[in-house]
Ligand binder design. Structure first.
Ligand code: PMP
Length: 395
């Protein structure tokens, strides 16, 4: 009889020729358990998803309750479905007043696709600007915005009229003109290896967008929902986007994404033609119920409060001559080594020791640390000891 691993390789589409092939059967809090009963500390939260921890009881309870009431009943946008309404209202309550209208989709990439269409319709412009080393998803619109030619080349032609600026480079903001429909930018760049924007850069970016009538679209798919030490990354900069995109952590482990804007901007998708953006499963009631339970848990358990200190503790402990830098904000961190080879050996060593991490798409010499936000100081100390042990061994 074939093992699960063999069946996986035979019948599941592969994304690399060397998958990790770890086989997990259970997840709880910050731990994953494999088929042999070995326990692993999850230092990436798969990726940036399980902010409240795996299988949080409140999220599991909400999923069960909603699954028993109803699951799918109608394409998004026609019936009034209280899980969608309650979650959208809860999001509006914690966001600035101009972000009061949510379009739910199924994933981060879909949020990007929807936001791109919305920006085109609202501004009646076709040009987009994105940043070098950006990652916004794998679908063709999102891929068109990716700031790394290596991953795009094989899929051209992609969308025309997309221009790139350097993240954090003030003089590049001049490239935003009255022809630009929208600037898509990660508030904290994730796959670039965790790059933080300067406050004056984000302020100037906001001003330039306003001046040119360009929509500022912030991608908080990876950095939102508490990960950087604030509920949303833009709160660090005292700016507000015209469209906010979220996904990953908002569902507490269930698939859901959203693009959020004002009622006025969002109405452009409902007229000329009607049904400007439609989805069958977007805002699935079970995912929305999970999302609301996740949000309530973050607030009730005050989960965001300790995130900055926890990130600082990682930075304080991860000091070693072979660690070139530890970058990041809150629990969105990158540990830089001299090369991909060194990084990979350390990551693999940590996995053998029961600690899961990985590297970044556009920054392969850096190790990703993005654990569930509920990780404790003691667990951080334990993780850092193991990382340092593997740095000693492999760097
Ligand atoms: N934007 C950012 C910043 C991301 O990190 C990701 C996923 N890594 C996406 C968009 C795409 O999200 P998804 O994989 O859910 O389509």
């Amino acid at each position: 009889m074939l093992t699960q691993r063999q069946l996986f390789l035979q019948h599941n589409a592969q994304t690399t020729l060397e998958p990790l092939l770890l086989e997990f059967v259970k997840a709880s809090g910050i731990y994953l358990y494999d088929a042999e009963g070995k326990k692993y500390m999850d230092l990436i939260a798969g990726i940036g998803v399980s902010n409240v921890g795996h299988c949080h009881p409140a999220v599991v309870e909400a999923v069960k309750k909603q699954a028993e009431l109803y699951m799918h009943i109608m394409v998004y946008g026609e019936f009034v479905q209280s899980p969608q309404v309650d979650f959208a209202k809860a999001l509006a309550d914690i966001l600035p007043p101009n972000l009061n209208c949510t379009y739910f989709v199924n994933s981060g990439s879909e949020a990007v696709e929807g936001a791109m269409k919305l920006a085109k319709r609202y501004t009646e412009r076709t040009e987009f600007i994105a940043c070098n080393h950006s990652y916004h998803g794998s679908t063709q619109g999102a891929l068109s915005l990716m700031g790394n030619e290596e991953f795009k080349r094989a899929y051209r032609p992609l969308l025309p009229h997309v221009h790139f600026i350097k993240f954090n480079k003030l003089s590049d903001l001049e490239k935003i003109t009255t022809k630009t429909a929208a600037v898509f930018i990660e508030t904290v760049q994730g796959e670039a290896g965790i790059r933080i924007g300067d406050p004056e850069y984000f302020k100037a970016l906001r001003a330039r967008c306003t001046e040119t009538g360009t929509l500022l679209v912030l991608d908080e798919i990876q950095c939102g929902f508490g990960r950087t030490g604030k509920m949303f990354g833009f709160e660090h900069y005292d700016i507000t986007p015209d469209i906010l995109m979220v996904a990953k952590g908002i569902g507490g482990g269930m698939p859901i994404g959203a693009f959020i804007s004002s009622t006025e901007i969002m109405l452009s998708l409902a007229t000329n033609p009607i049904l400007g953006h439609i989805t069958t499963f977007g805002g699935h009631p079970v995912s929305c119920a999970a999302g609301l339970a996740t949000l309530r848990t973050i607030v009730k358990e005050n989960i965001v409060k300790g995130v900055t200190e926890k990130g600082e503790l990682f930075k304080k402990l991860l000091v070693h001559p072979k660690i070139h830098a530890v970058r990041g904000k809150g629990l969105m961190l990158a540990v830089e080594f001299d090369s991909f080879e060194t990084n990979k050996k350390i990551i693999d060593g940590c996995i053998v020791d029961g600690f899961i991490s990985d590297w970044f798409l556009h920054c392969s010499n850096s190790m990703r640390l993005a654990p569930p936000l509920i990780i404790t100081a003691g667990e951080i100390e334990e993780a850092c000891k193991v990382i340092l042990k593997n740095v000693d061994k492999f760097a």
